[in-house]
Design a binder for this molecule. Structure first.
Ligand code: SF4
Length: 84
């Protein structure tokens, strides 16, 4: 099982829960949450909502459990992902 893509939908309330659960992937700024460029194939650091760019290398397999835990722990359910 692996996560191929992860992105943040509109509506993040900057609670920090996702970064606490999976700091390798999620970074919470002053007003939203972004997917770290280091784990994305395109290297960009933003919500990844528009592009839904894939995760790089083996990140999606290595951190699948943590990404899912972060998504399930998001109080407003804005962390979206594709699992294969
Ligand atoms: S857990 Fe959800 S609401 Fe909280 S910072 Fe992360 S994306 Fe935003």
């Amino acid at each position: 099982m692996a996560i191929t893509k992860v992105w943040i939908d509109d509506g993040c309330i900057v609670c920090n829960a996702c970064e606490t659960t999976c700091p390798e992937v999620f970074h919470v700024t002053e007003d939203t949450c972004v997917i770290r460029g280091e784990v994305r194939a395109d290297g960009k650091k933003d919500s990844n909502l528009a592009e839904q760019n894939p995760l790089a290398g083996t990140i999606g397999a290595d951190l699948a459990d943590q990404i899912i835990e972060a998504a399930e722990g998001c109080p407003v359910e804005v962390i979206k992902y594709v699992k294969v």
